[in-house]
Design a protein around this ligand. Sequence first.
Ligand code: NDP
Ligand code: 8X3
Length: 247
Amino acid sequence: MNNIALITGASSGFGEATARKLAASNWQLVLVARRTDRLEALKAELGESVIECISLDVTDREKVKKRIEPWNSKVDLLVNNAGLAVGLDPAWNADLDDWDIMVDTNIKGLTYVTRALLSGMVERGRGHVINLGSIAGSYNYPGGNTYGATKAFVERFSLNLRADLHGTGVRVTNIEPGFAETEFSNVRFKGDGEKADLLYKGTQPLQPDDIAESILWCANLPEHVNINRLEIMPVGQSFGPLPIVRD
Ligand code: NDP
Ligand code: 8X3
């Protein structure tokens, strides 16, 4: 029997690319997202590698329990990838609904799915949780406010899980990508495709396959090896000076 991975946010970007890579590496998959048509198309492409598609909003705590917990005794790898940024406004102009969506999805949704699967891994003495954090959890930028803070949560949560899981054999990894070309910016700019395209124009961002390859590497390492954090940027992204106001 092959290992089973459950991937949230498998309908697009990193999650979709990870599903393809894991399937090619003989993993069996449970795919989770809200857009079922996308999941069904991926299932048609990947065939028997996909055991189930789950149409689910990870912010719905009761539904997460109902739909994900039945997999508690079976899932070897959880890829906690569903997440988003909404808006890039300075904090004093930001829409509180945008902040709620990010907190509900990136923090609460991720913890609900983790909680639904973790006890099964502990009972079996093996398993792996791979979270999708971000460089935005470590480095600040204007407009990153709540998004960056949610990803700082994911980084701390990942390391604290490691502390709880000491001695259980269960692994935890936080993948922290930088600038990457997915539907992320379309979502952040609320469907303004032109604005999203402009952001990527003339750049060489990370691609979904780059991150999927890293996830696959972490997952397929020998079970005594735990990658705690993996920060990945495109070569064309680096660091700038801290700005200082001058008279
Ligand atoms: P995409 O927008 O391409 O994919 C996001 C995925 O999350 C979609 O499959 C979407 O599915 C799913 N999702 C969003 N909200 C929910 C929800 N409430 N319930 C279930 N699924 C949900 O973006 P990426 O692939 O880039 O993003 C994946 C992760 O990587 C996110 O956590 C993001 O924060 C992180 N990241 C992205 C970076 C980038 O620059 N692209 C860089 C660093 C980190 P659906 O809409 O069908 O529900
Ligand atoms: C996405 C990376 O830098 O756009 O997490 O916030 S960034």
